[in-house]
Design a protein around this ligand. Structure first.
Ligand code: 3H9
Length: 704
């Protein structure tokens, strides 16, 4: 069996190298082999110092998350760290790339630390709903102080090597070859007879009072809304004032507690779901296949979406050509791009040099034929079937036959668009979300013609853009918008007709955990945008009244949302604060009366239950129709693209935690009360009859 840790004798230095691709996770076998290597070095009298490094692109991504549901086994993390800390030889860690979570905890148990200047060090456990459980909450405060440690663990964001040095987390920052620098460092230790320096022997002098805790929590309030892990982190960090062994015992108990929370199960589910998305129903080979190199991208259509997509590629360092036959559109696009980058500079997200460089990566042209050497073309012209067909067929004749042609449609049939070309196998939908350069989700829309090579290229695109990709079959609304329109948003509108107010619906769903309630989202995106999209979608499939009758009426009245200062709410000039508007209640009452709907008091519990259950029910239909391949893909779409609280795992995972028989019973209840559109999805009925769950369904469909 291949070893995941190697040992090399280099004069007085014993070099231990972790080699566990792809991310050097500290698995059980790595821990076993680390202890073996240390024992071997200790027995060798010519070795005077131990150096721990890693191969590959990063030092370590931390503990092996896939082993979390099993007993830790021996040696545990703590045992390995104690072995390092109490080794009679000085132990040095040299970090390149990333040292995260358990990887950094291992580093902190070493006696000396070196980092390459491009390395980053972080404790991302909180993003998985757990606390650092391998000494991190005890050693980090000993090295950098309680407040800095609390901030680093609460943020979950890695710090740079230089920052780590300033904090006292590393001793030296190396430029050039890390191995050479680390070997010189080790030899210096030998020469100067510097011995072990256990972190556990240090004491924490700083205090953590309530004001300091509140100040540490404040910047993370939004990310931690509805979460509980932070309370356990605080408790563990406070314990670092105690003698080390007592602090470690408290950390271990709290870490076990965090692992068992629903929050942690949900966050780990989303972590793996994001990495698994697309690895089913024949896509896996495409995801793993070696896709062509992509350096130049052509965007056709210089509107808001085209400009956003252009920035997404420029941000990834690619050359972008934006074409449009309207010179004014190209001028506007340049203005959008310049002002977006200027605002990023103003907010200190990027420097002026980086902004200038990205702008230089984007070229404009009025001539479509100029894109002939592009590795990939994405059309982002108006949502009009004939126009898009015309553009795609022209692209088809300009670009060599193996290049991907993508459409950014959110409403039209990609299949019909593909048929307009001579090579339908190279046409896919790449559904970007607004703002295209910042949003995390990319829906890849496949038709029955799409080739594995096209899919593979689409995955490469997502990876380049650091987006999470989910494959959807070509159907009304794809995965996300179908669930939003037929489920979540429709139910929100229905609740308004039945008696709730926009503020009540939004607040209830924001308290549930959505970043923004549905009516505020509509006002932000523009009610007219939704109305236009539904007009197009209805050409594929229609929906009976009432279906977004309020939003459409608001559009007719010019109440388009924030951009006109009036929508579901009123907005003071220059303000984004949504102010309830009695005129809107009047409009809703009238629409309800026209449909014979009797308005009544509706409580928040009913609002949340109906919006979430309808989302789950339509999600099940999306699954049974094969629009999404896995329930976990739906969870990825909703947590990364639609603001569903990540710590609840996405709608389908949440359904499993509620229990599917309970879910079905409540859906049946609303079906009896509200009629046809609440008809329970057959898939839920089948799963309940079999005593199964969405998770089980995913597992079965993967093993088929
Ligand atoms: C921890 O350390 C707990 C301790 O405090 C206490 C212990 C007692 N384990 O993301 P990618 C896999 S908690 C297992 O696509 P990238 C991943 O599934 C841990 N597997 O690459 C994927 O597999 P596949 C704290 C892991 O370049 C492959 O590696 N650490 C782990 O875009 C490539 O991943 C974290 O939270 C892992 N720890 O990003 C860091 N990490 O190819 C989690 C990755 O089969 N990891 N895999 O799909 C990351 O943030 C990113 O993976 C990383 C690379 C930035 C490292």
């Amino acid at each position: 069996m291949a070893r995941s840790v190697t040992f090399e004798e280099l004069g007085p230095v014993g070099l231990i190298c972790i080699d566990n691709p792809p991310v050097n996770a500290i698995s059980h076998s790595v821990r076993l082999e680390l202890v073996d290597a240390i024992t071997r070095a200790e027995r060798n009298s010519s070795i005077k110092v131990l150096l721990i490094m890693s191969s590959g692109e990063l030092f370590s991504a931390g503990a092996d998350i896939s082993e979390f549901d099993r007993p830790e086994g021996e040696p545990s993390f703590q045992q390995v760290e104690a072995r390092i800390e109490f080794c009679h030889l000085p132990v040095v860690a040299a970090i390149h790339g990333l040292a995260l979570g358990g990887g950094l905890e291992l580093v902190m148990a070493c006696h000396y630390r070196l980092a390459h200047k491009n390395a980053k060090l972080g404790m991302p456990e909180i993003t998985l709903g757990i606390i650092p459980g391998a000494g991190g909450t005890q050693r980090l405060p000993r090295l950098i102080g309680m407040r800095a440690a609390l901030d680093m663990i609460l943020s979950g964001t890695p710090v740079s090597a230089l920052d780590a040095k300033a904090k006292g987390l590393v001793d030296e920052v190396a430029e050039g070859d890390l191995r050479d620098a680390a070997l010189s460092f080790c030899k210096r230790l030998v020469h100067e007879r510097l011995g072990p320096r256990p972190t556990c022997d240090r004491t924490v002098i700083e205090d953590l009072d309530d004001a300091a805790i509140a100040a540490a929590l404040r910047p993370h309030a939004r990310a931690l809304k509805g979460r509980t892990t932070q309370d356990l982190v605080i408790e563990a960090i406070k314990a670092s004032k105690l003698p080390f062994s007592q602090g470690i015992a408290i950390e271990t108990a709290l870490a076990q507690k965090s692992l068992a929370t629903r929050e942690s199960l949900a966050l780990r589910h989303v972590f793996f779901a994001e990495r698994e998305s697309g690895k089913s129903s024949g896509v896996s080979s495409a995801k793993q296949a070696q896709p062509p190199w992509i350096r130049r991208v052509a965007i056709i259509g210089a509107g808001t979406m085209g400009s956003g997509i252009a920035m997404a590629f420029a941000d990834a360092g690619l050359e972008v050509l934006v074409t449009d036959n309207d010179p004014a559109a190209l001028t506007r696009s340049r203005e959008i791009i310049q002002s977006t980058y200027a605002s990023s500079v103003k907010r200190r997200r990027i420097t002026q040099n980086i902004a200038d460089d990205r702008i230089r990566h984007i070229r404009n042209s009025l001539v479509l034929a100029e894109l002939a050497d592009a590795d990939l073309a994405i059309e982002a012209v108006f949502e009009d079937m004939e126009l898009k067909k015309d553009v795609l067929s022209k692209l088809d004749s300009i670009l060599p036959a193996e290049r991907l042609l993508a459409t950014n449609t959110s409403t039209l049939s990609v299949t019909e668009l593909a048929r307009a070309t001579a090579h339908p196998e190279r046409v896919l939908g790449l559904h970007f979300f607004v703002p295209a350069h910042a949003s995390k989700l990319l829906e890849i829309v496949r038709t029955e013609y799409a080739s594995a090579e096209s899919l593979s290229t689409a995955f490469r695109v997502a990876k380049l853009l650091k987006k999470v990709a989910v494959v959807s079959r070509d159907a009304f609304g794809f995965i996300g918008n179908r669930m939003m329109l037929d489920g979540y948003f429709r139910e929100a509108e229905q609740l308004l007709l039945e008696g709730a107010t926009p503020r009540q619906v939004d607040t209830a769903l924001e308290n549930f955990g959505f970043a923004m309630g549905p009516q505020r989202v509509s006002d932000l995106g523009g009610n007219d945008v939704g109305t236009k999209a539904r007009v197009q979608l209805f050409k594929r499939e229609s929906r009976p009244d009432p279906y977004f009758v309020i939003a459409d009426r608001l559009t007719e009245m010019g109440r388009l949302g924030q951009k006109t200062g009036r929508g579901f709410y009123g907005y003071e000039s220059g303000s984004r604060d949504a102010v309830p508007d009695p005129e809107v209640i009047g409009i809703i009452e009238k629409l309800a009366a026209e449909r014979g709907i009797l308005r009544r008091e509706i409580n928040d519990q009913e609002i949340v239950e109906r919006c979430i259950l309808s989302l789950i029910n339509v999600g099940s239909i999306v699954l049974e129709k094969g629009i999404a391949a896995r329930a976990a893909d739906i969870d990825v779409v909703w947590t990364s693209g639609y603001g569903f609280p990540r710590h609840l795992g996405g709608p389908m995972f949440y359904a499993d935690t509620l229990g599917l028989s309970h879910v079905l019973q409540r859906i049946r209840h609303y079906y009896e009360k509200l009629g046809y559109y609440w008809r329970p999805a057959k898939l839920i009925e089948r799963l309940v009859a079999a005593g199964s769950s969405f998770e089980q369904w995913d597992r079965n469909s993967i093993s088929q």
